[in-house]
Design a binder for this molecule. Sequence first.
Ligand code: SOE
Length: 385
Amino acid sequence: MKQKKKLRIGTIGYGFMGWAHADSFDRAGKFFDADYEPVFQTVCARNKENAQDFADRWGYKTVETDWRSVVNSPDVDLIDICVPNNLHADIAIAAAEAGKMVMTEKPLAMTVAEGEKMVAAVKKAGVPNMVWYNYRRIPAVTLAKQVIDSGKLGRIFHLRAQFLQDWTISAAVPQGGTGTWRLDIAAAGSGVTGDLLAHCIDTAMWWNGPITRVCARTETFIKEREHAEHGKVEPVGIDDACVFLCDFENGSLGNFESTRYARGHKAKYFIEINGEHASIAWDLHDLHRLSYFDHKDDSLVRGWRSIHVTDGDQPYMSHWWRPGLSVGYETSFAHQAADFLASLSGNKPVGPTFEDGLQTQKVCEAIIASGKDRSWKDTGASKML
Ligand code: SOE
């Protein structure tokens, strides 16, 4: 086996995303052949017992309860942020100032202003950085990007996307606390816009270029919820649902919808792009399949193809099992970790960088502002990697 350099990871947070990121580095180290070997050095959380349990499962060497000591530790090379959104900026900026590489769970920040400071910090320090917008690296979604970039679709007319869930319909679901911090404006910054639409926006702008203008309608269906940490009933500040229209820089039109009130939908992420010659659609519920319609096909057999993206020459699949055999949601994170590790050798950034995450943040902020006064807003977003 080739001699590898070690990349010692300090993971901040151990929840859903702590698991997803740890699993991603574990698999990336085993299934991909980067020059860097991920090492689970330290996990940090306020609750030491839970952090220790996480450390024991994944093989972390040490446990900390103060993220500052991890950020300043000489034993850590990469800070991986898996905590609620309101903590991303402080940790990322301190990590960059300490010369650490830094990855953060999406969205980049609470606001554009915060995101700009994070981008400035990683640029000043010259440290590798990335935001975990994992869906780009589902093999079918990556293949779609390749097909779009090849020009096969011709002029693009439309892009539409939906991210639908139903887990907050009950008024008894609290805001704040573990798991439900996503409903607390102080911890999350926004509701479905930053949590779900941000995924769609990242993929959409990666496929189709910058979104320049938005017009949104946001709604908060349940106006008050108990706070899980102190039990008081407080106004809900997040958007429970959001639909928005947009213009892309290339002249195409977008329409997006997200809600946590679509009864029956758990994680319905659907995205479709329509061009002059061809269309592509993808649905998270059938993540290996890419739907492709090519008008240039012989008219007798023309129709939507259902491409099972599992062959060795399709993105990432040569690293897994055998042609035809599937991989899952978790491998989108593994692909991101693998690409990050590979980028360290070439010293060439891979997207989504913090700068790319900032573009998505700009669109999200414009959506929230538009939702308030129902007018069109310019986003100021530019092209991403
Ligand atoms: C919310 O339920 C959530 O877990 C998001 O936070 C994730 O980013 C998304 O991928 C799935 O849904």
